[in-house]
Structure formats: structure tokens, C-alpha cells
Design a protein around this ligand. Structure first.
Ligand code: CA
Ligand code: CA
Length: 211
């Protein structure tokens, strides 16, 4: 009797990506209304999802922000074919699952479940990259900003409700902070919001990481 051959799940996912999704690369955009220095931008590769939730710790010794690069399910900074693996790993997980904190990054279409439809964001964001973030600081918003450091995706932290970055500013000596994402070709994304003492846009990272 002849047995029907079963294909590995990863192969099925790969075929699904190649046949059902359209590859689209976003063009980076720089802010034109910012007092920060302007930069040249060009097309490809794409860098997306600027930081909206930069915040300072209550002690004033750290700035923190979450990581968002839709389709980068394995959190290595780039959306590519390897991001199919986490879909297989977390397939069927929902918001009710005990390990949803780990699985939720793979819910790329944000419908509350990891399933086959989460392949589509991989195709839609294919090759989008975030290699790291420059950290810039100033004392007055409209005066000169200075780059004081750099944080790479390899420093991503995963011990909270969502992957995040943390940068030590305890000896920096400034009052205002922003971060600026960049990719392999040093294309830049958008400036983040400004973090300063006493003003945190969401406090969600601080609440859940530091407490
Ligand atoms: Ca990836
Ligand atoms: Ca989903």
C-alpha cells in the first residue's frame, strides 16, 4: 500500500508565503517638523514602526521603550523566512493561553490567536529591519541634540509583558531623551517621542518591569 507523504509544517508555511502574500518594502520617512537634525533618507530596505512609548524610570536612571517590527516574530531585527518558525511553535495559542505573553509577538495580525493568517504580515513587511537605536539627548528641546549612545536589537529584553529596550542614563546628565531607529544601511526611521522626568506617556513598561 502506498502511503501519502506529509510535508513538514515549515515547508507548508513557506509555500503559503510564496503563493499568497505580496512583498512590500516600506520607505523610511524622516520628520520634517522636528528641531532635531535632518537626515537623508532613501528607499529600501524598509524600516518601520517608530517608537511612541519612550519613558523614563521614576528614579531617572533609565529610559525604556518597547520593540515593534511587525512580522519579526523571532525578534532578530529583520522580517524574513525564519519568522515562520515561531508560528509553528505557537500555533493555536490565544489570549487565554497561559504562555500568551511569549506567543503574542507572533500574533502579527493582532486577532488574538496565532494561526496561519499570521503569515501575511511576514510577506507584507518582508526584509524590514531594525538594527538598533541611537540615543540622543538635550537640555532644551529647540537647542542642539547630542547622540549619547546606541542600543542594538541584540540587547532586546524579554522579561516583561512585551519585548523592550532599556538604556542607562544615570550618568548622562541631560533632561530630554529621544531614540532613533536605524537599519543595516544606516537608514533612519522616525524620531521617538521625548522622555523626561515626570512625564511618561504610558508608564506601562515602568510599571511592569521595575515593580
Ligand atoms: Ca526575524
Ligand atoms: Ca493572529
Amino acid at each position: 500500500m502506498r502511503c501519502r507523504q506529509r510535508w513538514p509544517f515549515s515547508v507548508v508555511l513557506l509555500l503559503a508565503v510564496l503563493t499568497t502574500t505580496t512583498v512590500a518594502v516600506s520607505e523610511p520617512v524622516a520628520r520634517s517638523d522636528s528641531p532635531l537634525p535632518a537626515r537623508e533618507t532613501s528607499a529600501t530596505p524598509g524600516i518601520v514602526d517608530f517608537v511612541r512609548d519612550l519613558e523614563m524610570s521614576p528614579a531617572g536612571d533609565r529610559i525604556l521603550w518597547t520593540y515593534h517590527n511587525t512580522g519579526d516574530y523571532d525578534l532578530n531585527g529583520e522580517v524574513n523566512i525564519s519568522d515562520l518558525t515561531p508560528i509553528g511553535m505557537y500555533l493555536g495559542q490565544t489570549t487565554a493561553s497561559p504562555d500568551w505573553t511569549a506567543a503574542q509577538v507572533t500574533d502579527g495580525d493582532q486577532n488574538g490567536e496565532v494561526n496561519i493568517s499570521d503569515i501575511t504580515p511576514i510577506g507584507a513587511n518582508f526584509k524590514n529591519q531594525i538594527v538598533g537605536f541611537e540615543v540622543w539627548a538635550a537640555n532644551v528641546i529647540n537647542e542642539e541634540w547630542t547622540q549619547i549612545g546606541d542600543v542594538t536589537v541584540t540587547e532586546l529584553q524579554t522579561d516583561a509583558w512585551w519585548p523592550y529596550f532599556s538604556y542607562d542614563i544615570s550618568t548622562a546628565g541631560y533632561t530630554l531623551y529621544r531614540v532613533w531607529p536605524y537599519d543595516y544601511s544606516e537608514e533612519e526611521g522616525w524620531w521617538s517621542n521625548i522622555a523626561f522626568e515626570g512625564h511618561n506617556p504610558r508608564l506601562r513598561i515602568v510599571e511592569l518591569v521595575l515593580h
